[in-house]
Design a protein around this ligand. Sequence first.
Ligand code: ADP
Ligand code: MG
Length: 628
Amino acid sequence: MAKIAINIATGSLQQEEMIVGIDLGTTNSLVAIIHPETKQPIALKEHNSSSLVPSVIHFDEAGNVVVGEEAKKQLISQPQNTIFSAKRLMGKSYNDIKANASFFSYKVIDDNTESLVKVQVGNKFYSPIDLSSFILKELKQRAEHILKTPVNKAVITVPAYFNDAQRQATRDAGKLAGLDVLRIVNEPTAASLAYGLGAPSNSPKGGEENPPKEKTIAVYDLGGGTFDVSILKIANGVFEVLSTNGDTYLGGDDMDKAIVHYWLAQAGLTEDELSGNREFAQAIRLKAEEAKIHLSSNDHFSTALNGDILTITKITFEQLVQPLVDKTIACCANALKDAELKKSGIDVIVMVGGSTRVPLVKQSVSEFFGKPVNDSVNPDEVVALGAAIQADILAGNNKQVLLLDVTPLSLGIETMGGLMDVLIPRNSKIPGKAARQYTTQKDGQGSMRISVFQGERDMVKDNRRLAEFNLTGIPGMPAGMAKVEVSFLINADGILSVRAKELRSGVEQSIEVKPQYGLTDAELETMLLDSIAHAKDDIALRALVEARTEGEQLLSTTEKFVNKNAALLAKEELMNTAAAMQALQLSLTLEDKDLIHTKIEELNNISRPYAERIMDQAIAVAMKGRMV
Ligand code: ADP
Ligand code: MG
């Protein structure tokens, strides 16, 4: 994409309100718009400067907040007052980031709890939302300065793996910065839009005259702090995300960290050296990044730090980062699997994020898919450019492109025995909805607890609880008579609304799911891996739970029946029933589903003859009554 220095006559912008696209990155952030004349997306920048604004916030002595390149310069001299990678703290507790605490050279409040983290600067405390809002405010001001028009509306991108809480936090940060956030868009989705693949009238690349055939695209985004891979299908101007996978804690920062560790080991120093000396930690971190970038186009790097010479070769660097690259490749394999595709099913591979400039990354991704990768659009800008295209769609200027997204994890409710009943499977298209009917377990049951879970395991205890509420006011009726419809609705931002309605009486209750705080990284990663690893166990456990539930229900109905009809039963029938009930009861405490089924069958065999007899009598009585 040609770089166009912005020089827009103020007049041409005034008729319409500007909606900008913002890539709020861990490392770098930027703003893009659709150029009013060329109709092409462009990243905003002042003359002779970069479009990238480092996502670094510095608090100076006078209490001013400085964001961007100037703030980045303070990283070494004033590490306590200079915040980087704030995005990694979005929606996180201290426990979530504990393992990486030494990475942050500023003060993250270490309360060892599950509540949301705060950063302390001097005697002030800032939430990650506050910190992100400072970056967004800076971006807004820059855009207004360049465009000479107020900027109040934006589309902001987030990693595909961001959960509801993190998306909501991003939205809140926008609001704090004075921006109306019209849409939160997944970064890989935005990148695919920027490539214009398959969008007939908006294709800066292809320029195809005929309606383009269907294309399947893998978007590989390795930035400073996050990794995403998405498989997209594009046909007739419709973008459909088939699957997403990734790791919210994997990126160029980790490559820097690997180099730091290598240098420390070389010098015979330990991790303590870092926590004990903030300035040194920061300085060596920046040197490591410099080395990494240098090694993208050279074979050897050397520099001086505090009189010591630090060196590293490209070969060593590649050995250090190979495990990180392997992790991303494993994610690619998972994404393919979820999309039910083979490698050969991918037509185009799109590279996104500054870290994809590392030759080993490009090479490994290309080897994995067995095709050359596509990196023609600047990997630093491509997400923001896509956000600008999305903004243009929302402004109603671009009707050729439609956007469908997917849920990264399954959504469902808890049913009897702690089982997960999935209403919306993972990788379902959003916006979307689903509904299912449930009933009461007990006679006269006046309320029903609806517990909403997210995850892939069969037992809810292994998944993540999103919300819980009681549907109350169900009128008294026998067990099994109530018809409670639970419906799930996910809007375009991935926010879930859950409604429960008793259809006979019309009582209803609903809830919007915006959890207080999101999944930990470990949880998110292990949830998907666990679901694969435990698939067999889960099936066995589900069968056991279902057998137990069936057994309990049979015990309860048999007991009711016998109590009501004891007078009509022979003594032997009563005794046999009691013995069979006891045997079934006992089997429920064991872990043997086959035994439970045997005992269910035995109890049924004993009760069936007299139950039928009594039913026949009852019918006969009823018929007689009617005839009289
Ligand atoms: P984010 O989306 O997380 O803000 P970016 O896409 O801006 O990240 O990528 C930033 C990362 O890219 C940083 O870790 C930076 O060091 C890395 N990077 C930038 N240029 C290069 C390069 N030439 N070689 C290797 N890594 C690079
Ligand atoms: Mg990025």
